[in-house]
Design a protein around this ligand. Structure first.
Ligand code: NAG
Ligand code: NAG
Ligand code: NAG
Ligand code: NAG
Ligand code: NAG
Ligand code: NAG
Length: 254
């Protein structure tokens, strides 16, 4: 009896302290075209997957307490003559709209850890794997929690050597830039990848490339050790809205 009471007390305090509630993450597409968001869970089970989101549409994803994972957008997707589905950016390699793995770089990522550490969320937008679509993450209902991500389209300012252009059978200077590769991926050097002699926050410092990324996306990870200004926490257990191609400027005062 006493054991049972203890157990109940434990469960009640656990629910109270860690706030075992699910959270809603709304994904909205303000781009001028269809995108195909992808979701990859970091371990704790669903949600993982992907779907089409037409211009102007939104979808609510429910994530359990303790969940960690990432969201990204795929663009320029199509189904080929044998029914295989693939995307020019962010493709997850499944051959289907549904994803079972992560997006192929270059891809802009929104990363979350929900209710870690006694109810604190960690979230960021990362350009460490490059950039494909502008996206912001907006915590709902708590002014003290920061909006993060990229409002500006980075593709037009992407350095030549990092540009990924669309449909290569039409290769001309007018072929649109559809993504921007990370310098680590492009050059595989320890300086850009923060490996070897550059594997500490002291030695891995901003580069000309990371500065281009930072300029377009002041509130996103521009290289692997960009932690101090790029990972955000929120303790009020908010819901989040992820907006692709946001139109409004980021409020950088919070
Ligand atoms: C999540 O959204 C559903 C409806 O889509 C709503 O019923 C539910 O209360 C929401 N949960 C939270 C934690 O806001
Ligand atoms: C979006 O589409 C509309 C109508 O097709 C077009 O007028 C507008 O220029 C487009 N905007 C962008 C940013 O591509
Ligand atoms: C169609 O797409 C699938 C999945 O991407 C791929 O495996 C297959 O080779 C493609 N088929 C053709 C005819 O291009
Ligand atoms: C690339 O452009 C060519 C010529 O317009 C077209 O036939 C082909 O389907 C396009 N490929 C893709 C992947 O969009
Ligand atoms: C990147 O460089 C490392 C060490 O120089 C090497 O081991 C690795 O195979 C390279 N990766 C690619 C994809 O070229
Ligand atoms: C972080 O932001 C501060 C103030 O905006 C700036 O002075 C500093 O250089 C930034 N640090 C990094 C690593 O970007």
């Amino acid at each position: 009896m006493a054991d049972r009471l203890l157990l109940i007390l434990f469960l009640v305090s656990y629910l109270f302290v860690s706030g075992v509630t699910s959270r809603n993450i709304t994904i909205e597409n303000k781009c001028n075209y269809t995108i195909w968001p992808g979701i990859l869970s970091g371990g704790l089970g669903p949600p993982t997957g992907g779907f089409a989101l037409k211009k102007g549409e939104a979808r609510v994803i429910n994530v359990p307490s303790g969940w960690s994972g990432r969201f990204w957008g795929r663009s320029l997707c199509s189904t080929n003559s044998t029914g295989g589905f693939s995307c020019a950016t962010g493709d997850c390699g499944s051959g289907k709209v549904e994803c079972t793995g992560g997006g192929t770089p270059p891809v802009t990522l929104a990363e979350f850890t929900i209710d870690s550490n006694g109810g604190q969320d960690f979230y960021d937008v990362s350009l460490v794997d490059g950039y494909n679509l502008p996206m912001v993450v907006v915590p709902q209902g708590d002014e003290t929690c920061s909006t993060v991500g990229c409002v500006n389209d980075l593709n037009p300012t992407c350095p030549d050597e990092l540009r990924v252009r669309g449909n290569t059978s039409l290769m001309t200077l007018a072929t649109p830039i559809i993504a921007c590769t990370s310098p680590c991926e492009a050059f595989n050097s320890s300086e850009y990848c923060c490996t070897g002699a550059y594997s500490t926050p002291q030695t891995c410092v901003p580069t000309d490339y990371s500065r281009v990324f930072k300029r377009a996306c002041p509130r996103a990870y521009s290289y692997a050790y960009d932690d101090s200004n790029s990972t955000f926490t929120c303790a009020s257990q908010p819901n989040y809205v992820i907006t692709f191609c946001p139109s409004s400027a980021l409020n950088t005062t919070k």
